[in-house]
Structures are given as C-alpha cells and as structure tokens.
Ligand binder design. Structure first.
Ligand code: ZN
Length: 384
C-alpha cells in the first residue's frame, strides 16, 4: 500500500484535508491513513486531484498545422505517433482519454497496447472509425455511409470491433477541404439509425456538429454528446439541457487555429472558417451556461497547435469562456466520466481507480493549477 500523506484532496465534492491510500491500482482509503509499512509520499502543501479525462482526441494527429499531410503516411508511422501522443498526455496528467476517430483500427489497437502495458499511456477508449456521408467531413479516414441502412451497418461494424462509442459527422467541418462548416451532413433518418445501433449495445454516441441545424438534428436523434457545437443558439441549448445532451466544446481546437493562422502554415480555408465562427462560439457558451447544458471536457487534441502535452490548457480556456474553475474541474472529471459511461474514475474516493495528479495549487480555484503536475499516478503507478 502507498500513501499520499498530508495533502488536500480536491474533486467535485470539494477540497478537504485527507491522506490517500492506494493499493493494486485502486484508491483503498481517503482520510487518516496508517501507512502500514508501505511507501509514504509526502504531499503536504499540495493538492491531490483526480486524473483528467479528455473525451475527444485524435491519436493519429500531432498538432501539425496542416493535418491533411498525415494521410499519405504509413500505418507504422501513425502508430508511433499515437504512442508518443499517449505518453505526452499521461505525463500532463491525463489518465483517461477517448479517441473520436482514427484510421482503421489504430485507436482500438492503442487501447489494447496500453491495457497490456506495451506502451505507456492513459486508459484509452475508442470509436474506431467515425461515420460520415460519402465525401463528408473526415472522409479520408472515416467510414463513408449513405442512407439509414448503410449507416446502421457502418455503426454495427465499429461496435463489432469493440468500439466504446459511435461517432458521426452531423455537419461539415473546419479541416476538411470544401466542407461547409455549418451545413448538415448526415440526415435525421441516418442519425436515428446510428443511435439505434449504439443503444442496442448500450454505448454512447457522439456527433461532430458546428451548424445549428445539424446540432438540433443530432440532439433530436438522441445523440449523447454534441462535439464543438460552434453555432449553438438558445433553442439548441435549451433542447440539449432538456434532453441531458452533453456539450464537448473543444475550445483548444478552435483556438489552436484562430491563435496561429495562415502565417503558421494552417490552410487558409480552415483559418477563414474559424475566424467566421469565433463570435458565434462565444455566444454558444452564453447560451449553454444560461440553459444549464452539461459540459464535458474534450480538446480535439491532434488538430493544429492542439498538442497532447497541453491538454490541461483546455480547462483554462473553459474558464475564459465563462465557466468557474470548479465547473471546469467537473467537466474534466465527473462529467467526462459520466459521458463515457465510466463509474471508477473522476473522483478521489474509495473504490475508484488510483488515477491521481498532485498539484501545487487548488485547481477548483485556479484552472492554471493543472499545468505541470508534481506527480501523476495512473492505475496506482507513479509516472511523474
Ligand atoms: Zn475531432
């Protein structure tokens, strides 16, 4: 048994003085703990928080300005890149992440490689390939499908491979050349078919959606989370709040493009689309916060200037857009766990996985506290 002694525990339940005892990858006690001959790690003056959960990443990308250039690369290159990304994320304090679309079985294989201890990384959940209409957003690495029957089959294919969720494109995107950011792509009938396939297996669904028509189509179809949600209006926010649909804002993705621009090598079309979207995005936060939409943290890591070792910056961006540091903490812990359907991560509590970060400041008061953790424990093992 290892004991983190003398620190203050901080999670969605608040901040309190408590030791944390860890054994066999699990938190076995929180409170006054007898070390019992195990290793004692002095964390006095520090804060012990749950490891971060990023519900939206792309392991095959690496934050390069033009993501299109990954497509010509070999599978082995993509796999090495995924391994490097996983290591960076873990060392930054991310102990669970979900890949929302990769070529072929890359992310599903990464899940296995981490679980078997072949490579170092956070616990991985993966959707396999994202489902998109023929020529739709993300088609170069997605599974193209048209009509409810084909979409149903495409979703079932991913589930057969062991997908932890099903991801689709409800609108165009920023990074696919020619795709209109706001325009609906999969139709309501196609979205219904996709949700039906996922519900039969009890796994969540995620819809990439920028434009408001596509957002509403996805919500009405019963999608679990809207990704990006850039043009969300009041009606969409109220609909999401009423139905319990999660919003994963991926602020790092938008800001990675907007804050760097064409001079950094990002394709002009992506920069133009992003600049046109930025004010709507600020309003989306106002609508979501007013309506009480549940927010889960996701970065879209891998997109331009959106690096795996900077994932914790997303919490600072969420605060910039109006969340409190406490709400950002909840988005990246309990809300993210609940969106992913995980019951053993997101809190510092007995019976939870020993995924912990030790910080110098209280992250429920300052979102920048997540930068440069003093220690990171994953499944009870100290990696930093
Ligand atoms: Zn994405």
């Amino acid at each position: 048994m290892n004991v983190l002694r003398g620190g203050r525990v901080v999670d969605a339940d608040g901040t309190r003085e408590a030791d944390v005892a860890v054994e066999g990858g699990e938190i076995v006690a929180v409170g006054d703990v007898d070390a019992d001959g195990g290793e004692v790690i002095d964390v006095s003056g520090r804060f012990v928080a749950p490891g971060l959960i990023d519900t939206h990443v792309h392991l095959m990308m690496d934050g390069r300005p033009d993501t299109g250039t990954v497509h010509g690369e070999s599978e082995a290159t993509a796999a090495y890149r995924a391994a490097a990304n996983l290591r960076k994320a873990l060392r930054a304090g991310v102990t669970t992440l979900r890949d929302l679309g990769a070529r072929d079985s890359l992310a599903l294989d990464a899940r296995r490689a981490v679980a078997e201890g072949v490579i170092e990384g956070p616990r991985v959940l993966a959707v396999g390939q994202n489902i998109t209409m023929t020529g739709g957003h993300g088609h170069p690495w997605g599974r193209e499908a048209d009509g409810p029957d084909e979409v149903l089959k495409a979703a079932r294919e991913q589930l057969k491979r062991g997908a932890d969720a099903v991801k689709c494109m409800a609108t165009g995107g920023v990074l696919t050349e020619g795709a209109l950011t706001g325009a609906p792509e999969l139709t309501p009938d196609e979205l219904d078919a996709l949700v039906e396939a996922a519900n039969a297996k009890g796994v969540p669904t995620a819809a990439h959606a920028h434009g408001v028509v596509g957002i509403k189509n996805a919500v009405r179809a019963g999608i679990t989370s809207v990704e990006h949600g850039t043009y969300m209006d009041r009606e969409a926010a109220e609909l999401m709040a009423a139905r319990g649909t999660y919003w994963v804002p991926t602020a790092s993705a938008l800001r990675g493009i907007a804050d760097h621009g064409t001079e950094a090598g990002i394709p002009a079309e992506a920069v133009e689309k992003t600049e046109a979207a930025i004010e709507h995005y600020e309003r989306a936060f106002e609508h979501a916060l007013d309506a009480g939409v549940r927010i889960a943290m996701g970065t879209d890591a891998g997109t331009p200037f959106n690096f795996f070792d900077e994932i914790p910056r997303e919490l600072e961006l969420l605060v910039e857009y109006g969340l409190t540091p406490k709400a950002a903490l909840e988005a990246a812990t309990v809300n993210a766990a609940s969106l992913l359907g995980l019951t053993d991560v997101g809190r510092v509590a007995e019976g939870y996985r020993a995924d912990l970060v030790v910080l110098e400041a209280d992250p429920s008061e300052d979102a920048a506290a997540w930068r440069d953790p003093a220690h990171v424990f994953s499944d009870g093992k100290r990696v930093v």
